[in-house]
Design a protein around this ligand. Structure first.
Ligand SMILES: Cc1cc2nc3c(=O)[nH]c(=O)nc-3n(C[C@H](O)[C@H](O)[C@H](O)COP(=O)(O)OP(=O)(O)OC[C@H]3O[C@@H](n4cnc5c(N)ncnc54)[C@H](O)[C@@H]3O)c2cc1C
Length: 318
């Protein structure tokens, strides 16, 4: 689902190029944090919000562990929309009917998992590939039929027996990522359902799935067998547990047409404001969805700034 817009999105990369922050993706977050602090902002980490404070129908701040309340003119929630409305706001503080609408959002059944490796060699795909092959994303998928078969397994509720793999090797373009002579290799692979038809737990099957992904890689780059020194697996369940990505959906909620544009994540939440005055949404749950490109944050910032500037009462606590 959503293949066509995704294909279009990837075509656009040929116009803009794909950027890689030196030091890895985490450096983007570090740069954003520095920009915020340089402009006088305060950043609190290790301070998970336990509750969004709602008074008289308006969000007026957040409560942190230990009961510390941080009051604010606006609260912008970037976590999963289901988390925001089912974990962080008391049901009594929600407008009637909203909770059941939140439960109707299609979070999906996950779709991918990842194996991140420390390797002592780069993949050798054989003759015919330029050395620059390691500078780009390496899609290991021989045909449309292969992709369909993989999707058919997923559609039946099982992990793909022959999964397509997207291999990424950033160490050749960024020497901060690995010691000299060593490399990092990220393997993103599809399709792996969060809920499996065989009811097996991902805790019991994550290693086996990682082996399948690596075997697929070895089929294209046999030189890497015995050259993987360490691996870090993120199954759909791991993604949920460690990153709060419910059902392992890296896009938070399905990127289907009925949940995009003015329907994302729900029509009544689609313009970054919510029926709770002073509470705004951004992040992958909001339009235009997941991916590291900041669009929903930019749009939400515009709505918040306009609300603060104009005193747009609908969006602000009274
Ligand atoms: C393995 C993997 C590979 C990916 N590959 C790509 C790629 O190649 N290109 C691309 O564009 N995108 C990729 N994505 C998708 C992309 O990373 C996500 O769509 C994006 O990070 C979503 O960003 P976000 O800020 O909206 O949400 P998230 O990254 O989900 O951030 C939400 C944050 O809210 C925090 N949070 C939750 N509850 C609370 C609370 N109570 N208090 C405080 N904080 C809370 C969470 O801990 C989390 O840090 C990938 C994702 C994964 C997991």
């Amino acid at each position: 689902m959503g293949s066509a817009p995704f294909a279009g999105w990837h075509v656009m990369l040929h116009e803009t190029g794909a950027a890689h922050p030196r030091g890895g993706s985490g450096m983007l977050a570090q740069a954003l944090a520095k920009a915020l602090i340089a402009r006088g902002g305060t950043l609190r980490t290790d301070a998970p919000v336990e509750r969004i404070l709602v008074e008289n129908g308006a969000a007026v701040g957040v409560v942190l562990p230990g009961g510390e309340a941080v009051r604010a003119k606006a609260v912008v929630a970037a976590c999963h929309v289901v988390t925001t409305f089912t974990k962080l706001i008391a049901p009594d503080d929600l407008p009637p009917g909203l909770l059941s609408r939140i439960h109707s959002i299609n979070v999906g059944n996950g779709f991918g998992m990842t194996v991140r490796c420390a390797a002592s060699e780069l993949p050798d795909y054989g003759a015919g590939f330029p050395t620059e092959v390691h500078h780009g994303m390496q899609l290991l998928c021989p045909s449309e039929g292969y992709l369909r078969d993989a999707y058919a397994d997923y559609f039946s509720g099982m992990p793909s027996r022959k999964p397509p793999v997207l291999a990424m090797t950033f160490s050749p373009i960024d020497d901060t990522l690995a010691p000299p002579g060593k490399h990092v290799l990220s393997l993103w692979s599809q399709y792996f359902p969060y809920r499996r038809r065989d009811s097996k737990s991902w805790d019991d099957t994550r290693e086996e799935a990682a082996d399948t992904i690596l075997e697929t890689l070895y089929g294209y780059a046999p030189n890497l067998r015995n050259k993987i020194e360490q691996r870090y697996i993120q199954s759909p369940l791991d993604l949920e547990r460690t990153l709060g990505l419910l059902h392992g959906n890296v896009m938070h909620v399905e990127m289907s047409l009925d949940q995009m544009f003015w329907f994302r994540p729900l029509p009544e939440l689609a313009n970054y404001a919510t029926p709770i005055r002073g509470l705004f949404l951004c992040g992958a749950s909001a339009h235009p969805g997941g991916g590291v490109f900041g669009a929903s944050g930019l749009n939400a910032a515009g709505v918040v700034a306009r609300s603060l500037r104009t005193g747009w009462r609908r969006f602000l606590p009274v």
